[in-house]
Design a binder for this molecule. Structure first.
Ligand SMILES: [Zn+2]
Ligand SMILES: [Zn+2]
Length: 260
């Protein structure tokens, strides 16, 4: 806890640094866990990729600062100043709101990601902000936060802005951040962890897992979404799943979604 009489700039600096450390640890533990699982489930998938992984870890730790600083400041503002619509009181929000808030946060994150991601695929912005992420060919469990700081910033401001606009319980927000972390890591790890009955189900036609995001890393100008295929399908940028991952998962052929 930061003492109440700490000068404001110092308090914000401490809060930002504390959350940076938490985000960095969360990245190392989650990516490390799925890298270990990958070594068991797909031995040799990351063979000869030590240099790539080293680069991914360095960019990701820099991204932890970009994510941690605004989150720390907002968290401090909530505890000290009651700036935000975050709450720790379950009774202050109706029960039905909790699942709705999770979906709303994920949908807004997904929408911001889809449009900023498409924008970063314009040649000029690709070179400046997004080439770092696509240097991972193919990506690994360590690619999840491997972003140029400018790209990291476009993702880092969304949740800290949302907590001023959309009420949410702190534990529910923890669930949103856990989904974000796990999906970010597993969508890049190079193999499908979800069973065929989910990936190829009607629901799977609307959800993004590794099979879908891998195809973005293979072909670049398609499959821009983060969690849901809603925007990709609506805008004609959905090209379906990675043939390699589907074949390796033994999932068989998938009826492709028509592209634009
Ligand atoms: Zn990616
Ligand atoms: Zn991209």
């Amino acid at each position: 806890m930061i003492p109440a009489d700490t000068p404001l700039p110092l308090a914000l600096l401490i809060a930002g640094l504390a959350v940076t450390v938490i985000v960095a640890l969360r990245y190392v533990l989650t990516s490390g866990l799925f890298a270990l699982i990958t070594a068991r489930v797909r031995p040799g998938l990351y063979a000869g990729r030590a240099r790539q992984i080293g680069r991914e870890v360095r960019w990701s730790l820099l991204s932890a600062v970009v994510y941690g600083a605004p989150a720390g400041i907002v968290l401090w503002g909530w505890r000290r100043q009651d700036w935000t619509l975050l709450t720790a009181d379950w009774a202050s929000l109706p029960l039905w709101w909790h699942p709705v808030s999770v979906l709303l946060y994920l949908f807004v994150q997904d929408t911001c990601f889809y449009w900023s991601h498409r924008w970063m695929h314009r040649p000029r912005w690709f070179r400046i902000a997004h080439a770092v992420h696509h240097e991972s060919r193919p990506p690994t469990a360590w690619t999840a936060m491997s972003f140029h700081p400018l790209e990291a910033l476009t993702g880092a401001v969304v949740v800290p802005a949302l907590v001023f606009l959309v009420p949410i319980h702190i534990a529910t927000l923890g669930l949103v951040l856990t989904i974000a972390t796990v999906m970010g890591v597993t969508n890049h790890m190079g193999w499908e962890m979800f069973p065929r009955r989910i990936v190829h189900s009607p629901l799977g036609q609307w959800l993004i897992t590794a099979s879908h995001h891998e195809r973005h890393h293979e072909e670049y100008r398609c499959n821009y979404g983060l969690y849901f295929r809603f925007w990709d399908r609506l805008c004609g940028t959905d090209r379906g799943l990675s043939a390699r991952i589907v074949a390796e998962a033994g999932h068989g052929a998938q009826a492709p979604v028509p592209a634009e």
